[in-house]
Design a protein around this ligand. Structure first.
Ligand SMILES: [Zn+2]
Ligand SMILES: [Zn+2]
Length: 478
């Protein structure tokens, strides 16, 4: 590795204590989407202390911000998240389910690590630009409400990512690998039914039940599932049943729907069909329906050019840093799982090269996976991420690194429990170094950025970004 690059990665190592303390502090103050004021303040303060120019209130969101260092030259961005999940409060390091605060939020998706890891990468690249007196700009984007809020979707709609040449991100995980999985586009819509209340026994003929309408809407949706593209997903939650008294005809009921499909136009078509089902249910019951657009996100456009650069750095930077203590904690967490996930094993089965497959197989039984998996074939994933919206604005690539025990599901108390552990810190710093090294490669070889942009043009068919969130919709979470 060239000395200049090594020096940049060394800068991440030198800030280790600060970075781990920051991630732990965010873990200690879990905040759900659009409420991340503690985290946003901490990030902005740290960015300023580190010599970045801070801009707050991006897209009019109080917890969206950016930090910029350098000038002119290519603009390289790192995407950071920091929101927690409701109901996932858990004691750190505890290998059984034990909340810190009953029904409180917790970092079940490791976003305390995600945000700080991306900031660490920005600090590394800043060091590189500074040491070498180069033209180039590094930006850290503080992106709120990934979970259910599509913070980046609102930011992208309002042009926050304009001018970025390439962007990198990562996610805490159980593997070290580049992300070749494309995520689904989605729409989140709230259906509000309004009817007329009445005594359910004395004057039922005067009542019009909003709850009946919502139930009929759900029946319609169950039938619709047979006639939509197979990858389509339609999830729902009844967020208001209207009341708890069966003797009252419920005048109000509300359902929250989340629709997903591989491509944005497919979700749009699905949305129009779901709306018709809702309107039909309202007609059948003599109620009215109000359709409220909550949020949406685009599918991810992959970028093999950047993924290959990240793969090379994943392999070059040592990943064998877990010690016996990390393994012991991981083994106890694995023991607590009712069922261990087989994600890693499935990925290993797909490895074509026999030598690489043999190496990966030796890691299968370990409670923590430290091998770097070879780049997998592209596939359609079933989850969604608002990184998708950034990926329609500029070439984006992401990695996963091991921060949690093998087979641990995301959004579980087990994932929260290890969020402040040494294994999580090590995986976070490794991700930061891989991202910083990849950005430095791109800064040193302009051909990488040119090639990534050419691929971006090909994959998007030259179509410009069409924000899925309509103008006028304000960020909120139900
Ligand atoms: Zn999540
Ligand atoms: Zn996440």
């Amino acid at each position: 590795m060239r000395l200049e690059k090594e020096r940049a990665l060394q800068a991440i190592e030198e800030h280790k204590e600060l970075l781990c303390a920051m991630s732990d502090a965010i873990w200690d103050h879990p905040e759900t989407g659009f409420h991340e004021h503690f985290a946003a303040d901490l990030f902005c303060r740290t960015l300023e202390e580190q010599g970045f120019r801070v801009e707050r209130d991006l897209a009019g969101i109080a917890t969206a911000f950016s930090g910029t260092y350098g000038q002119d030259g290519p603009v390289i961005a790192f995407l950071g998240e920091f929101d927690a999940l409701p109901g996932l409060s858990q004691q750190a390091g505890c290998t059984e389910k034990q909340a810190m605060q009953e029904d409180g939020p917790g970092h079940g998706c490791g976003h305390n690590l995600l945000g700080v890891g991306s900031l660490a990468a920005a600090i590394g690249v800043k060091q590189y630009l500074q040491d070498n007196g180069l033209l180039g700009t590094v930006k850290f984007f503080g992106c709120p409400a990934e979970e259910g809020g599509s913070g980046k979707g609102f930011m992208a709609r309002d042009g926050v990512f304009d001018g970025v040449d390439v962007a990198f991100s990562w996610h805490p995980d159980e593997t070290n690998s580049v992300s070749t999985e494309s995520t689904m586009a989605n729409y989140q819509i709230c259906y509000h039914f309004r009817g007329v209340s009445a005594h359910a026994a004395m004057s039922p003929e005067l009542g019009r039940s909003a709850l009946d309408a919502l139930e009929l809407m759900n029946v319609g949706i169950q039938f619709l599932r047979e006639h939509v593209p197979p990858e389509t997903r339609i999830h729902y939650a009844i967020t208001d049943t209207g009341g708890k008294a069966p003797g009252v005809v419920q005048p109000y009921a509300e359902g929250l729907y989340l629709m997903r499909a591989p491509k944005l136009y497919q979700v749009k078509e699905l949305y129009e069909r779901v709306n018709k089902v809702a309107q039909g249910a309202a007609m059948m019951t003599g109620t009215t329906v109000e359709i409220e657009f909550i949020k949406a996100c685009s599918n991810t456009v992959l970028n093999t050019t950047l993924l290959k650069v990240m793969q090379k750095n994943l392999e070059e930077i040592p990943s064998d840093f877990f010690d016996q203590q990390d393994m012991d904690l991981a083994a106890r967490i694995v023991d607590s799982l009712e069922e261990r996930g087989r994600y890693f094993e499935d990925l290993v089965q797909e490895i074509q090269d026999p030598e690489q497959r043999r190496t990966a197989l030796t890691d299968c039984a370990n409670p923590l996976h430290s091998v770097v998996l070879p780049m997998a074939r592209e596939r359609q994933g079933f989850v969604s991420s608002d990184v998708g919206d950034v990926s329609w604005n500029c070439p984006v690539a992401q990695i996963s690194t091991t921060t949690m025990p093998a087979g641990t599901p995301m959004h579980s108390w087990q994932m929260v429990a290890v969020g402040k552990s040494a294994m999580a810190h090590k995986g976070m710093l490794y991700a930061a170094k891989v991202m910083a090294a990849s950005a430095i490669d791109a800064l040193e070889a302009p051909a990488i950025i040119e090639q990534a942009k050419k691929e971006f043009q090909e994959r998007t068919g030259g179509r410009s970004y069409d924000p899925p969130i309509p103008v006028g919709i304000k960020p909120r979470i139900i």
